[in-house]
Ligand binder design. Sequence first.
Ligand SMILES: Nc1ncnc2c1ncn2[C@@H]1O[C@H](COP(=O)(O)OP(=O)(O)OP(=O)(O)O)[C@@H](O)[C@H]1O
Length: 244
Amino acid sequence: MSKVTSPANTTVPRRKDVVRAEKLQAGYGTTAVCGVVSFSLHAGQALALVGPNGAGKSTVVKTVVGQLEAVSGTALINGAEVDDRTLDFRREVAVVFDDDAFFPALTVEEHLAIVSAGHGVQDVEEVIASELEFFGLAALATSRPYNLSSGQRRRMLLASAFVRPRSLLVLDEPEQRLDTAMRHRLATRLRAEVDEGLALLVVTHDPDFLSTVATKALFIADTIHAMTPAQAAVAISSENPHTD
Ligand SMILES: Nc1ncnc2c1ncn2[C@@H]1O[C@H](COP(=O)(O)OP(=O)(O)OP(=O)(O)O)[C@@H](O)[C@H]1O
């Protein structure tokens, strides 16, 4: 496997359809949880999935990244059917879900080192120091996850997606448990990375986060509505997308 020097130089050249969902029904077993989803996501785009609690956003995302089997339809990443065991998938796709696990015995910096070194990053120490700083965890580098607050653990999990290469980043409610300043810093950084070619698929309930980050949006419910980020921000602010 070729070595990379840092996550910063790993954005892939722009190309079509980093993600393509075609008539995708996400659900459990044979039971769909929401309407049929079709979308494409290119490098340099950020698609926000919005909608009320229980609408099916996480289920759709987990299906897109191959953690759940589709009820019907297909999800393609870089033109190939999703298989999260392949080297290509693991090299290109960084995923952070709310229920992500960690090792109780390992420190914050050890978690990040495993992820970074495991993805072939050469200057691991430098990269980790930079992300610890960004996520406000420098003073907690040698702490173990159970000695962190829930927001600090969340920061650690998010940091793990930034210490490794990625051309597609998938985040499920990244704003959860982050304070306002961290939310803003994260949103601003994500938007800058998207502008440089990252493809971002994000579930969010935060209109400000969405407005900063998203280039397009889907409202997930029994039927699916494509929206502009501005429309989606209004929809999730008012919790009623159908009034206008
Ligand atoms: N493992 C599971 N087995 C069966 N049904 C599930 C499972 N996980 C979630 N569900 C159901 O699927 C539906 C969609 O859940 P999902 O977590 O995708 O919603 P969501 O839009 O992400 O919600 P939230 O905004 O609350 O995170 C819900 O009705 C939920 O109860």
